[in-house]
Write a protein that binds this ligand. Sequence first.
Ligand code: LLP
Length: 463
Amino acid sequence: MSRSAHPAGPRHADVLPEGHYSAPPADLNALDPKVWAQTVDRDEEGVVTVGGISVTQLAEEYGTPAYVLDEADFRARARAWRTAFGTDADVFYAGKAFLSRAVVRWLDEEGLNLDVCSGGELATALSAGMPADRIAFHGNNKSPQEIERAVRAGVGRIVLDSFQEIVRVAHIAQSLGKRQRVQIRITVGVEAHTHEFIATAHEDQKFGIPLAGGQAAEAVRRALQLDGLEVIGIHSHIGSQIFDMSGFEVAAHRVVGLLKDIRDEHGVELPEIDLGGGLGIAYTSDDDPREPHEIAKALTEIVTRECEGAKLRTPRISVEPGRAIVGPTAFTLYEVGTVKPLEGLRTYVSVDGGMSDNIRTALYDAEYTVALVSRTSDAEPMLTRVVGKHCESGDIVVKDAFLPGDLAPGDLIAVPATGAYCRSMASNYNHALRPPVVAVREGEARVVVRRETEEDLLRLDVG
Ligand code: LLP
């Protein structure tokens, strides 16, 4: 996304500094539905509401910072993915984006499956009653204890990530007298157009077994010989926050090529193929994500076409969207603590959270927007940088954003599209207390993950 500096005047600078911003929006009070959760609106006093509850009421009851999650939106997005893929395919929500027991129940009710990637996520899923056979277990270094727990629980699939893991899972399953359903994760050699840290299909990285050099074929060869394993398919995840479908096209082509080779060599047609997650969402008005039905249509067409070409039965497709379901459904509510104009530069707005509740800006140079939500304002736009309260200058939540020039301590501002990878990557840096997740629906709010307390911190510190 390329944006240019804009010459229109903010309050505190004659010439705008370099930055990632375009013109100030025509109406700073407007809330672009692309980036805000579905039920977000303003009431007649100009206060933002979500699920029929005002942010001022939420701040009063639950404090700030807080992640506010629109349950109706979450369910609608989950359902849209489920409906788009139909009954011949499976949608596994990627729990790493955000997982709590309430979320697990919503997914179960909406007919989605669940992808977990650690013992902790598995425990959360099982404790909320997700049927084990609808859970996929991921990870590039699952511990023997995690594997044993997953096999004992009866998870629907374990996604194998290395030669050693193939043997490890087979051994554990066999020693428990079980045959574990597995997929083998391969890297297809696609360069996904996203940040380096979240691209996963090029070969020089830690995930999967490379297709190149026949390694993936060798992994399948070995897995097929092991009694403890039932090889059900091949898995490919090319990266995250991707808008361009061409990477998936290449991946599907190469995965189907491997299925064909397996059929030719072993006489076995593997019944499933998983194309991973990674579909992008709108963080700013410049992003144009695809709808689930377009994605489903595109992926199904690619796989069907490739299989016809290879004279293979079309396998059952599964996908693992995380961000695309939960990302847009939440915003982070902050209270402004200080407003510091730097002459000729920009105005620094400090909020009561920061990199401990949203590391994505510091880690991936991610872009977000922000809005004043406790009131409207007709003041001139000013160029701001929204920063946290942590002890480092990289503690930035929103790099460049316009807020009303009369912004003052005590105002509430909110950063939309923080549902994915914010609470789940939150930290206790500077002994910050991780914010709660408050779910709202039809005029009711309830805490689904409570705010941490100083007692929580001290309980871990055993002196
Ligand atoms: N499946 C697998 C095997 C994955 O590794 C991931 C994400 C997903 C599905 C879900 O991807 P999604 O649909 O959410 O893009 N912390 C980073 C994202 C890391 C993604 C890791 N794997 C971020 O904040 O952007």
